[in-house]
Design a protein around this ligand. Structure first.
Ligand code: ACO
Length: 319
């Protein structure tokens, strides 16, 4: 049992679908502008009262069914989120309770859009060290609640959702290699500075982004870490069957794929229907590719994510 394999996946999108045309009635924007700059056509928005943990539990139940295990078999729950239900306790503990189990370890990982990469790498370390046999890893976000719906530069980009994977110890190869990076010197280009302090929200509770700086940093960092993780694993781009990138926008994904020498036919895309769901975007795209039959057992997958921090990471694995 030296390896970490994906045993099952699941995902969940809130029912409310908001199109670009819907948005153009709220802010001064257009379907043409959003589509051309980002590839996004629609995103899903959580209902009022629907919490990040609710989205996470829906995705988790499907992943557990897919893995053919019950929630009681899980030794550890890791939720990657930057939009937790509350300051504390961790959303992972709330998810654990909603799944009707208690006792296993549960904690959140906060690495914004790279959160799922950080959570998978953490789960892999637990499994490889023998500290856990089955880990439920969830990326779940209600990013719509961080948006200033008067700010057309940001509110058109994001959506809500959750994706989950069950990772388990296995004799068969799963995760081949992984790499995480961070550089806090770039924290100012993408942030939500507000925090709860002395009974009020101190600083802006809305997402701020320098779009062009983020674009440049993201393409460079993702191309480099993708190439590095493949090289260190002794693989080349030709060995990759599918790339599952963080779904920030089509142009970042396309440009990164080009740098890596990977055709867009090998890239799983959900950004057009989901927007950027931060930590949820990679497991949502992974689940979409598996459920529609494109990703098959034995395929080599390259997962890549980047977000505020800046934090970024890549994982190459056999599905
Ligand atoms: N609709 C219409 N016009 C808009 C909109 C909008 N939604 N948003 C901005 N504009 C206008 C601006 O006001 C500006 O008008 P002006 O020239 O009259 O001032 C014009 O469009 C150009 O604005 P820019 O900000 O220069 O547009 P740019 O070409 O850089 O595109 C974008 C903006 C799409 C955000 C781009 O910078 C980008 O893709 N950045 C990457 C950001 C990203 O994906 N972030 C996701 C979070 S980070 C992550 O997940 C990695």
């Amino acid at each position: 049992m030296h390896h970490t394999r994906i045993l099952g996946t699941g995902s969940y999108l809130p029912a409310n679908r908001l199109t670009n045309d819907d948005l153009s009635k709220i802010v001064d924007t257009s379907d043409e502008w959003i589509t051309e700059r980002t590839g996004i056509k629609a995103r899903h928005i959580a209902a009022s009262g629907e919490q990040t943990s609710d989205l996470a539990v829906q995705a988790a139940r499907i992943a557990l069914d897919d893995a053919k295990i019950s929630a009681e078999d899980i030794d550890l729950i890791i939720v990657a989120t930057s939009t937790p239900d509350m300051t504390f306790p961790a959303t992972a503990c709330i998810v654990q309770n909603k799944l009707g189990i208690g006792g296993c370890a549960a904690f959140d990982v906060q690495a914004v859009c790279a959160g799922f990469m950080y959570a998978v790498v953490t789960a892999n370390a637990y499994i490889k060290s023998g500290m856990a046999k089955k880990v439920l890893v969830i990326g779940a976000e209600t990013f719509s609640r961080l948006l200033d719906w008067n700010d057309r530069r940001t509110c058109v980009l994001f959506g809500d959702g959750a994706g989950a994977v069950v990772l388990g110890a296995s004799d068969e190869v799963g995760i081949i290699h992984a790499k995480l990076k961070a550089d806090g010197a770039y924290s100012h280009i993408l942030k939500t500075p507000g925090k709860v302090a002395s009974g009020a929200v101190d600083a802006s509770p809305y997402l701020y982004m320098d779009g062009q700086a983020v674009y440049k940093f993201a393409v460079k960092a993702l191309a480099k870490i993708g190439a590095d993780v493949l090289l260190e694993a002794g693989l080349t781009a030709a060995d990759v069957d599918w790339v599952i990138p963080h779904q920030a926008n089509y142009r970042i994904i396309e440009s990164t794929a080009k740098h890596l020498g990977l055709p867009m036919e090998k890239v799983i895309l959900t950004v057009q229907e989901q927007g950027n769901t931060s930590a949820a975007s990679i497991p949502l795209a992974l689940d979409a590719g598996i459920r529609d039959g494109r990703i098959q057992r034995g395929n080599t997958l390259l997962l890549e994510g980047i977000g505020g921090g800046f934090a970024w990471g890549a994982v190459v694995l056999k599905y």
